[in-house]
Design a protein around this ligand. Structure first.
Ligand SMILES: Cc1ncc(C[n+]2csc(CCOP(=O)(O)OP(=O)(O)O)c2C)c(N)n1
Ligand SMILES: [Mg+2]
Length: 652
C-alpha cells in the first residue's frame, strides 16, 4: 500500500487496513482476509451513510449496522475507533483477555456494536429483525423513527440456512430499508467458493423480492458510494454484491491462506515500512476526515433528531417510550385460573390468554411461530405483520425456526420485545439463537409446547428427550417448565421482568388436570405443590406435566400411610439462587429420600438428590420415545401414578 494524500478516501481505507493488520499481527490471532476486502465498504458506510453517534451509542433512531462476518471484527473496531467510540488502546488490545475488542463483536461489550456476531448467517437474520422493528416503529412514529439497517455479510453467511430463511422473509415482507452488502471475495476458509456455491445471485435474490446490485470492483470507492446511494431509495430490500479480493495487499492475497492465517513474520512491519509511520499510527488527514464525515456528520443528525424529539408533545413522547418499556405491565390483570378453568383450557390455551393480555398491556410485545402459532398458542395481536400491515404484531415466520430465533433477537435487541415459538423438539433448530441471546443479554422469549414423550402418536422425532437438558445447560438462560396455568402465569411474569437474559418457557401439549392457586413461593423457582399429610417419608421432585401425575402417586401412597411431598421445579436456575433457608424449607436436608420424575433427560435434577445415602430414585427418559397413543406411551415408559408408587417403594 502506498499513501496517496490526494486521494483522502483511499488513504482512509488503507489506514484502516494497516491498523487491522497490526492488531491481528500483535494478537497473532484474527482474520485479516475479510478486513482487507471489506474495508472500502465499511469505510463508505461509516463516513457517508451510517447515522449513529458515540455521543449516544444507544440512540434509538440510529442506523443499525450488523457485521455478520463477525470474524472481520478488526475492521469494525478500526472504524469505531476513528468514529470515537473506542480508544486506540482498545484496538491495540484486540482479542486480549478483558478487552472490549473481543475476537468477534459483542453487543454490550463494545460501544457501537449492535449485534453479537460470529456464528455465520445469524447476523443477517438478526438484521432482518432490526429492519422489521424499524418499519414497525416508523409506521407508528414516523417523526421519531426513520433509519436504515445495514448488514455486511460474506460467502459463509449466504451459504447458511438461517441467512437464506431470513432473506426470503425479508423479501416477502418487503423491508425496503434493509441493505445487505455482500463481500463477494470468492474465497472462504477451505478454498474457493465456487467449489461449494454456484448460484446466480441476481436471479436468486430478485426472485426473493430484493433489488440486486452488482459492484464489479468493490475497491472502487465511487462505485461503492454510487450504489449505496441508489440502495437507499429502493422500493424493495437491497442485496449488493461487491466483488473484492480477500487479503488484498498481503502475500496471501486472493487465496484462502489469507482468511485466518497469520502473515509470515516481518511481513506486516514491511507493509508498514512501505506505507510509512509507526505501528498503529493513523494519518492526521484520516482523523480529520473521520471527525468531519463520521463523528460530526452523525452528531448533527443526532442533535437534529433530539431537537425534534424534545419539541414533541409530552403525550406523544410518553406513547413512544412506552413501546420500549414493559415495566408498566400490571401483572394482577393477567387472567387467573381456577379448578373450573382446567376443563376449558389446555395449558397452551391458557398461555394464549396470558400472552394476549401481556400484548394488550404492552404494545412493544410481538412475535409468532414457525407455522405452529395456533398449535402452540402463541399468537400476536393486531393481525398478521405484512407490507400492508406493518404494525401487525403476529409474525408469520413460516417454517424458518433458525431465522425466527435470530429475528426475535433482532427485534428484542432493538428495544422492543419478541417471542418466538415452536414445538420443543424443534428448539434444536434454534438452540444457537437462544445461546446468542444469552451471550448478548437479549431478553427474547422462547416458547415451546409439546414438551415430552406425551406428544404421543407423532413419535420419537417429535418427542423431546434431551432438549430440556440442552436449554437448561445454556448459561444465563431461564428455563421454565410450568405444571399448570397459574405456574405458567408466574413463569411469564418472571420472564417479562427479566431484562438481561432470554427466557425459555416449555409447556405440555396435553390438557392439564391440576390447578394450584398462585403462591408467592412459585416466584422462587420451586415450591411445594402438594404438602405431605403426615410425617414426611420422602420428596418427589417433578416439573411440568409430571407434577400432577406425581400428586396422584402421592395420594396412592397416602392410602398406604406413606406421606410424601411433591415439589414442582418450575425453574431450577431460579431455585438454585435462592437462599439456604428457602431451599431448606422446600428440600429439607434431613430428608434424604427423594425421587425425580421427569419425562425427559433429567441431568439437571440429580443435584437435588443425595448421592451418599443412595436413598434416591430417578424416573426419567434415557432413550428416545415411541409412537403410540399418549396413554399407551406414558404407560410404556412408566409415567403413571401406580408405577411412580412402585418405584418410590423401591427406595431403601
Ligand atoms: C456457523 C459457522 N460455521 C463456521 C464458522 C467458522 N468460519 C468462520 S469464517 C468462515 C469462512 C467463511 O467464509 P467467508 O464468509 O467467505 O469469509 P472470508 O473467508 O471471505 O473471510 C468459517 C467457516 C462460523 N464462524 N460460523
Ligand atoms: Mg469470502
Amino acid at each position: 500500500m502506498i499513501k496517496d494524500f490526494n486521494n483522502i478516501e483511499q488513504l482512509c481505507v488503507d489506514n484502516i487496513r494497516m491498523v487491522c493488520l497490526e492488531a491481528i499481527d500483535r494478537a497473532q490471532s484474527g482474520h485479516l482476509g475479510a478486513a482487507m476486502s471489506g474495508a472500502p465498504m465499511i469505510h463508505t458506510l461509516f463516513t457517508k451513510y451510517i447515522n449513529a453517534t458515540c455521543k449516544n451509542p444507544n440512540w434509538i433512531n440510529r442506523d443499525r449496522f450488523v457485521l455478520s462476518t463477525g470474524h472481520a471484527s478488526s475492521m469494525l473496531y478500526a472504524v469505531l475507533y476513528l468514529s470515537n467510540y473506542i480508544k486506540k488502546e482498545d484496538v491495540i488490545n484486540f482479542r486480549q483477555l478483558g478487552s472490549i475488542t473481543s475476537g468477534h463483536p459483542e453487543r454490550g461489550t463494545c460501544p457501537g456494536v449492535d449485534a453479537s456476531t460470529g456464528p455465520l448467517g445469524q447476523g443477517v437474520a438478526t438484521a432482518v429483525g432490526m429492519a422489521i422493528s424499524e418499519r414497525f416503529m416508523h409506521n407508528l412514529f414516523p417523526e421519531f423513527i426513520d433509519h436504515y439497517t445495514y448488514c455486511m455479510c460474506g460467502d459463509g453467511d449466504i451459504e447458511e440456512g438461517a441467512c437464506q430463511e431470513a432473506l426470503s422473509l425479508a423479501g416477502l415482507q418487503n423491508l425496503n430499508k434493509l441493505i445487505i452488502i455482500y463481500d463477494s471475495n470468492d474465497i472462504q476458509l477451505d478454498g474457493k467458493v465456487d467449489k461449494v456455491l454456484r448460484e446466480d445471485n441476481k436471479k436468486k435474490y430478485e426472485a426473493m423480492g430484493f433489488n440486486y446490485y452488482l459492484i464489479k470492483d468493490g475497491f472502487n470507492l465511487e462505485e461503492v458510494n454510487k450504489v449505496l446511494k441508489k440502495a437507499r431509495k429502493s422500493d424493495k430490500p437491497v442485496f449488493i454484491e461487491t466483488k473484492t479480493i480477500i487479503g488484498y495487499g498481503t502475500s496471501g492475497e486472493a487465496s484462502n491462506k489469507s482468511h485466518g492465517s497469520m502473515l509470515p513474520k516481518g511481513e506486516v512491519a514491511e507493509i508498514r515500512k512501505e506505507f510509512g509511520g509507526n505501528e498503529f499510527d493513523i494519518d492526521k488527514e484520516v482523523y480529520e476526515y473521520y471527525e468531519k464525515n463520521s463523528v460530526t456528520r452523525s452528531r448533527k443528525a443526532y442533535n437534529k433528531w433530539l431537537r425534534k424529539y424534545k419539541s414533541a408533545s409530552e403525550d406523544r413522547i410518553k406513547e413512544f417510550e412506552s413501546y420500549f418499556d414493559s415495566s408498566k405491565i400490571d401483572y394482577s390483570l393477567l387472567p387467573s385460573f381456577d379448578e373450573e378453568d382446567k376443563k376449558n383450557y389446555s395449558l397452551r390455551k391458557a398461555c394464549t390468554a396470558i400472552l394476549y393480555n401481556l400484548q394488550d398491556q404492552y404494545k412493544g410485545l410481538m412475535g409468532g411461530s414457525a407455522d405452529l402459532g395456533s398449535s402452540v398458542g402463541t399468537l400476536g395481536r393486531d393481525g398478521d405483520m405484512s407490507k400492508e400491515n406493518p404494525t401487525g404484531r403476529n409474525i408469520l415466520f413460516g417454517v424458518r425456526e433458525h431465522a425466527m430465533g435470530c429475528i426475535a433477537n433482532g427485534i428484542t435487541a432493538y428495544g422492543l420485545r419478541a417471542f418466538a415459538s415452536s414445538f420443543f423438539a424443534f428448539s434444536d433448530y434454534m438452540k444457537d439463537t437462544i445461546r446468542i441471546a444469552s451471550i448478548a443479554n437479549i431478553p427474547t422469549l422462547f416458547i415451546f409446547s409439546h414438551d415430552s414423550i406425551a406428544v404421543g402418536e407423532d413419535g420419537p422425532t417429535h418427542q423431546p428427550i434431551e432438549q430440556l437438558t440442552a436449554v437448561r445447560s445454556i448459561p444465563n438462560v431461564m428455563t421454565f417448565r410450568p405444571a399448570d396455568a397459574n405456574e405458567a402465569k408466574v413463569s411469564y411474569e418472571i420472564a417479562m421482568k427479566t431484562l438481561d437474559k432470554p427466557s425459555v418457557i416449555v409447556i405440555s401439549r396435553q390438557n392439564y388436570d391440576y390447578v394450584s392457586p398462585v403462591v408467592s413461593d412459585m416466584y422462587r423457582g420451586a415450591y411445594i405443590a402438594s404438602i405431605e399429610k403426615g410425617d414426611l417419608d420422602g420428596i418427589i421432585i417433578a416439573s411440568g406435566s409430571e407434577v400432577p401425575i406425581s400428586i396422584k402417586a402421592q395420594k396412592l401412597l397416602e392410602e398406604r400411610g406413606i406421606y410424601v411431598r411433591v415439589v414442582s421445579m418450575i425453574c431450577n436456575r431460579l431455585f438454585d439462587i435462592q437462599n439456604e433457608e428457602y431451599k431448606e424449607k422446600i428440600l429439607p436436608n434431613f430428608m434424604k429420600k427423594r425421587m425425580i420424575v421427569e419425562m425427559g433427560d433429567a441431568i439437571h435434577m440429580y443435584k437435588y438428590l443425595d448421592n451418599i445415602s443412595g436413598k434416591s430414585k430417578v424416573l426419567n427418559m434415557t432413550t428416545f420415545g415411541t409412537s403410540g397413543k399418549l396413554k399407551d406411551v406414558l404407560k410404556h415408559y412408566g409415567f403413571y401414578p401406580e408405577n411412580i408408587v412402585d418405584e418410590y417403594l423401591k427406595i431403601k
